[in-house]
Design a protein around this ligand. Structure first.
Ligand SMILES: *Cc1c(COP(=O)(O)O)cnc(C)c1O
Length: 363
């Protein structure tokens, strides 16, 4: 038996009839940019997140970038980001001409450590940008309190956390805005690229709406130098179908996580823990191993796929070579990059497949 890290086609197969019908409807409509399908998805996703606005975009990186732009982030500004995240979080800041200022995570949760944020704030800081990494909510209450105290805005990177809850409330409207990705492998994945920003701030939503469409509200009238970053109706139609199943699929992920945790307790690996008051979306099930290479080799031999999220922290990427960071500067991010391994996870991983993963680790 070979077990893929993620069977990306399985979610389409389960919903084939409904998705095919939705795609056919768009093809037959003759309407291929923005319009009713996109409006419908924005309505449904805002309602799901419990926010008053959702602005859909071409991808998650654009969602982060345009949300920061709409918050007024520009050249010379600083944005606080986690030292351990996917590089998109940093790139969005850099695309504004601003500077990503890394802060280390809490070791047990992998998420931004609120206790270390204030030391990183300067007169140039504009935004705090926590990531809900691996589907676990970041500790928002102290982050929001720090932001309020210093007059900063909070943009959350929700690319891995669709449907997760913080203090009983779904992510989407805790901070000023949340940026989402609908990349096919995410918990809510399109059939291509997609993204969105949810917010309760009407001005912010309006600015992002204008930015995504060439800086234009009225055709051929351009208020600002905008971008072309629109979710297309085919993706919106497919996402509307998949959104109806998000909670059920997240519940299946939770069941997978529960079984891993119950069966790997004595494996010697460091397992993920969900802190009190949080409900994870279980985008990834990430373990830590001192000898990660040996663990991954063992899994490979057993036909089990695994991935590393992420092998090189952003500050040590060549892309940020000019920023002057050094090895050892963010030791937790660096240790995690050496030790983390993501096990197969998804709503279509069968109990039998999962048993084989557990067997491969504990044998
Ligand atoms: C996937 C991801 C993004 C970027 O999303 P895209 O849609 O691929 O641009 C941003 N941040 C995090 C944490 C992600 O996992």
């Amino acid at each position: 038996m070979t077990i893929p890290f993620l069977d990306i086609q399985a979610s389409y197969k389960e919903l084939k009839t409904e998705i095919d019908a939705a795609v056919q409807r768009v093809l037959d409509s003759g309407w291929y940019i923005l319009g009713g399908e996109v409006d419908a998805f924005e309505h449904d996703y805002a309602q799901y997140c419990g926010t008053s606005h959702c602005v859909s975009l071409a991808n998650g990186l654009d969602a982060l970038h345009l949300a920061l732009r709409a918050m007024g982030v520009g050249a010379g500004d600083e944005v606080i980001v986690p030292s351990n995240t996917y590089i998109a979080t940093w790139l969005a800041v850099s695309q504004c001409g601003a500077v990503p200022v890394p802060v280390e995570p809490v070791e047990a949760s992998y998420n931004l450590d609120p206790a270390q944020i204030e030391a990183a704030i300067t007169p140039r800081t504009k935004v705090i940008l926590p990531v809900h990494l691996y589907g676990q909510p970041a500790d928002l209450a102290p982050i929001l309190a720090i932001a309020k105290k210093h007059g900063l805005r909070v943009l959350e990177d929700g690319a891995q956390s669709h449907g997760a809850r913080y203090q009983g409330q779904r992510l989407g409207g805790h901070g000023d805005a949340v940026a989402w990705s609908f990349y096919p492998g995410k918990n809510l994945g399109a059939l291509g690229d997609g993204g969105a920003v949810t917010t309760n701030d009407p001005e912010l939503a309006d600015r992002i709406r204008v930015l995504r469409n060439y800086g234009s509200r009225v055709k051929y009238v351009n208020e600002v130098q905008g971008y072309n970053s629109r979710l297309d109706p085919l993706q919106a139609a497919a996402l509307c179908v998949k959104l109806k199943y998000l909670d059920a699929w997240n519940a299946r992920r939770t069941e997978v996580a529960r079984r891993y945790t119950a069966n790997l307790e004595n494996s010697g690996l460091i397992l993920p823990k969900v802190p009190e008051g949080m409900e994870a979306a279980w985008h990834l099930y990430v373990v830590r191993a001192e000898d990660r290479e040996a663990l991954q080799a063992k899994l490979t031999v057993a036909g089990v796929g695994s991935l590393i999220h992420y092998p090189i922290p952003p500050h040590l990427q060549q892309a940020y070579a000019d920023a002057g960071f050094t090895a050892g500067q963010f030791p937790l991010a660096e240790i995690m990059a050496k030790q983390v391994l993501s096990l197969p996870m998804g709503p279509h991983l069968s109990a039998e497949q999962q048993q084989a993963v557990i067997q491969a680790i504990t044998a």
